[in-house]
Write a protein that binds this ligand. Structure first.
Ligand SMILES: Nc1ncnc2c1ncn2[C@@H]1O[C@H](COP(=O)(O)OP(=O)(O)O)[C@@H](O)[C@H]1O
Ligand SMILES: [Mg+2]
Length: 283
């Protein structure tokens, strides 16, 4: 798959959408892939997490919805190698209302991203914590949904709704949409409960679940206040290592089909195997 678009999507807040988006994007950028992160959450955590200021409204993802502006004008280079950003701002939540009256309102983002897709190996959309029209736009524009799930008792709560939305989009708006992966995050692997939740999710999603489980790690929660992805903020902690492992898995799924990738990118990724569950506890 070349030039693929991924929505990191779960209507629950605090499940690791933003953390996974920016850390995996940063690691892919380090490996030489060109990545665009689109921050679709009005809380703008991907924007600040990549070290960017919230820009003026006219340079944010909001513009993707409101007029026929040139989307390439919205792109900012970040300090992370090969990672570009379309930033968010608090006003983005207003786009939901602006969309209601538009023609083909579910397809607006898709139309805009068609113009950018060929410039990037991967486009990662950090979705808002809702299943409203912005999220529908994200899923309609995407090739894959990545579902981050927090490893806790209620992990599967609300999942029915999310999968319903996925099915509705697939049936009516975007036949190509597939589940690209389910990523278990914030695991405390010392508890039986976590192991049970992981097992339940694996029974349900089978091999869609990434083998790597992201552990709860203090360094991951500290990184945003330094405006850095955790994988840059601290290169050795277990959280970083887990994100490195899951990014290898991601490339095993989606990277090696990139016929146009520079040769060393393809070779590196096809020789590395996905790692199993990180069995260790909190850092
Ligand atoms: N593996 C982890 N270990 C510790 N804290 C984490 C981890 N993943 C995310 N966090 C923290 O949990 C909070 C919610 O994560 P976030 O990625 O922002 O979720 P979402 O985007 O789904 O709302 C953030 O403060 C983040 O720094
Ligand atoms: Mg978020």
């Amino acid at each position: 798959m070349r030039h693929a678009i991924f929505s990191f999507c779960n209507q629950k807040g605090g499940v690791g959408k933003t953390t996974s988006t920016i850390n995996m994007a940063t690691l892919l950028g380090m490996k030489g892939y060109k990545v665009l992160v689109i921050d679709m959450d009005s809380q703008a955590n991907s924007t600040s997490g990549l070290g960017e200021e919230k820009p003026a409204l006219e340079f944010t993802a909001y513009q993707l919805f409101v007029d026929n502006s040139d989307p390439s004008q919205l792109i900012k280079k970040t300090v992370q190698k090969n990672v570009d950003l379309i930033a968010s701002c608090a006003d983005l939540s207003g786009a939901e209302l602006d969309l209601v009256d538009q023609d083909r309102r579910e397809f607006i983002l898709k139309g805009e991203l068609e113009k950018l897709k060929n410039q990037y190996d991967f486009i990662f959309i950090d979705c808002p914590p809702s299943l409203g029209l912005i999220t529908i736009n994200c899923l309609t524009a995407s090739d894959y949904i990545i579902i981050p799930l927090q490893c806790e008792y209620y992990a599967l709560e609300g999942l029915g709704q999310l999968l319903n939305t996925f099915q509705l989009v697939k049936q009516n708006l975007n036949q190509e949409l597939e589940v690209g992966g389910v990523l278990m995050t914030m695991a405390d692997l010392r508890t039986n409960l976590t192991q049970q939740v992981i097992e339940e999710v694996r029974n349900y999603f089978k091999d869609k679940v990434f083998g790597t489980i992201i552990p709860r790690a203090v360094k991951i929660s500290e990184a945003p206040s330094f405006g850095q992805p955790a994988v840059v903020y601290d290169t050795h902690n277990r959280g970083t290592i887990a994100y490195q492992q899951v990014t290898k898995e991601f490339l095993n799924r989606f990277g090696q089909f990139d016929q146009n990738a520079p040769q060393e990118k393809v070779m590196q990724e096809t020789t590395s195997q996905p790692q199993g569950t990180n069995q260790e506890g909190e850092v």
